[in-house]
Design a protein around this ligand. Structure first.
Ligand SMILES: Cc1cc2nc3c(=O)[nH]c(=O)nc-3n(C[C@H](O)[C@H](O)[C@H](O)COP(=O)(O)OP(=O)(O)OC[C@H]3O[C@@H](n4cnc5c(N)ncnc54)[C@H](O)[C@@H]3O)c2cc1C
Length: 409
């Protein structure tokens, strides 16, 4: 259903009275990812809830309706040389970048988190409809915020299980005047020491991402582990100094890049066959196609153990993109490798155990039909999560079968 803004509250009240199962939905680009929804569940789209309510360039804040596409917000901000400091969501080439409400509800981040933190740290206020249709608000419109329950953080990563987000107040940032991407390939040990030095240095890169060798190969590069470094500054001179400081720390060659994030780099490799690094030979066609991967996983690993994870046989053959500073990222099967990566539910459980041994966790976002691996393991805080769920959604109508941190809700 796609109600318009003034029909929405009545619709939610009606669904509550009838006890109908429903799920909040943005543009529906990734509604199927994660734990499957149980039974008949009505998607309630926020497409009719779109547009920028107010942009205050002087205060660096913006209020947007939840169904507004991310691109629309970035385009409007770019006119004022501002941006929302978030990555384009993974898979944007195939599925689009989705809505702001979906971005917040999923609470996932990419490599820009290294410098700008996650979406939850950029959210200063939220408006929502609870399961019974009651409208609620938290936070404010200004960066210096009011006190009260921090519903912003609760709804980040709620996956549509607690209520429907209607409006978001976010902080914006000035666009960096100059950016430079650098790509370094070498052994895990060489890259590990460069990464450790960079994280402890005063250079504050915008991002520092590890790529597995198969991901590098799929982008038409040498099949070897890779570090993607993004630098930003207000002057070209300072960028040169930063690059020289990095070059002084490693014998490995630094290659300048035409783009600084994974989605743009892969798009570049695909669009005209040009490899992402400037001056590199063209991709050989074995690179990532626009086909959906059979498996898509979200990983978290203690940051200093990322090189160990990349060397583990459990992760062999997978495309992996992990942020060096947080240890968070994605792994997926490459269509070219298809079933030869041999990822099946049994290996997936080994992989989950590996992540846990390395201080982290694994979430299954996408899996082949019929494999039925739980998207999440039970979190230690499961009883608390369930209590919160009962408070917000007493009839358990919202997103049945899908509650982050609970294996089988
Ligand atoms: C670097 C990066 C990587 C990402 N990778 C992934 C990924 O691999 N998989 C993934 O699923 N997401 C990923 N995301 C999150 C991604 O941004 C969202 O999935 C996307 O924005 C969904 O937008 P949509 O409007 O199509 O939402 P939909 O696909 O319609 O919904 C996505 C989820 O959000 C909920 N939702 C949507 N709108 C609302 C609302 N108004 N109120 C309450 N809940 C709502 C839905 O119930 C559903 O659980 C990533 C984000 C970043 C920054």
């Amino acid at each position: 259903m796609t109600p318009d803004a003034n029909e929405l509250q009545d619709l939610v009240r009606e669904l509550h009275q009838q006890g109908t199962a429903w799920v909040p939905c943005g543009s529906g680009s990734r509604l199927d990812w994660g734990a499957p929804l149980r039974g008949d569940c009505l998607p309630v789209s926020c497409a009719g809830l779109s547009g920028i309510v107010e942009h205050n360039p002087g205060d660096f804040t913006i209020s947007v309706r939840a169904g507004t596409p991310l691109e629309e917000v970035q385009e409007a901000l770019a006119i004022h040389r501002q941006w929302l400091a978030v990555d384009r969501p993974w898979g944007s080439q195939r599925r689009g970048a989705g809505s702001l409400g979906g971005l917040v509800a999923r609470g996932l981040s990419g490599g820009f988190r290294q410098r700008y933190l996650g979406i939850r740290d950029q959210l200063i206020g939220i408006s929502l409809l609870r399961a019974d249709g009651t409208a609620a608000r938290a936070g404010g419109r200004v960066v210096k915020n009011v006190a009260g329950y921090d519903l912003m953080r609760l709804f980040c990563g709620s996956w549509g299980s607690l209520g429907l987000i209607t409006e978001l107040n976010l902080r914006t940032l000035p666009q960096p005047l100059i950016r430079r991407g650098l790509l370094v390939q070498g052994s895990l040990t060489e890259l590990g020491s460069l990464s450790q030095w960079l994280l402890g240095s005063g250079l504050s890169p915008e991002r520092l991402d590890w790529w597995s060798a198969p991901l590098a190969a799929s982008a038409g590069l040498q099949e070897a582990p890779l570090l993607l470094i993004a630098l930003a500054s207000i002057s070209a001179e300072s960028l040169e100094q930063q690059q020289a400081a990095i070059a002084g720390q490693t014998p490995l060659p630094l290659r300048p890049l035409a783009a600084v994030d994974l989605e743009s780099l892969l798009a570049l490799a695909r669009s005209d066959g040009a490899a992402p690094a400037s001056g590199e030979p063209a991709a050989d066609g074995s690179g990532e196609s626009l086909a959906e991967p059979a498996w898509l996983l979200r990983l978290g690993i203690t940051p200093d153990r990322v090189p160990e994870a990349l060397a583990a046989p459990e992760l062999a053959g997978l495309a992996i993109d992990l942020a060096a500073g947080s240890g968070l990222g994605l792994a997926w099967t490459l269509p070219a490798a298809g079933t030869t990566t041999g990822l099946d539910p049994a290996r997936l459980f080994e992989l989950r155990r590996l992540c846990q041994r390395l201080g982290g966790w694994l979430i299954v976002l996408q899996q082949p039909q019929g494999s039925a691996v739980p998207a999440w393991d039970d979190a230690p805080s499961r009883p608390m999560i369930e209590r919160v769920k009962h408070l917000f959604d007493p009839k358990l109508q919202l997103a049945p079968g899908r509650l982050p941190g609970v294996a089988n809700p």
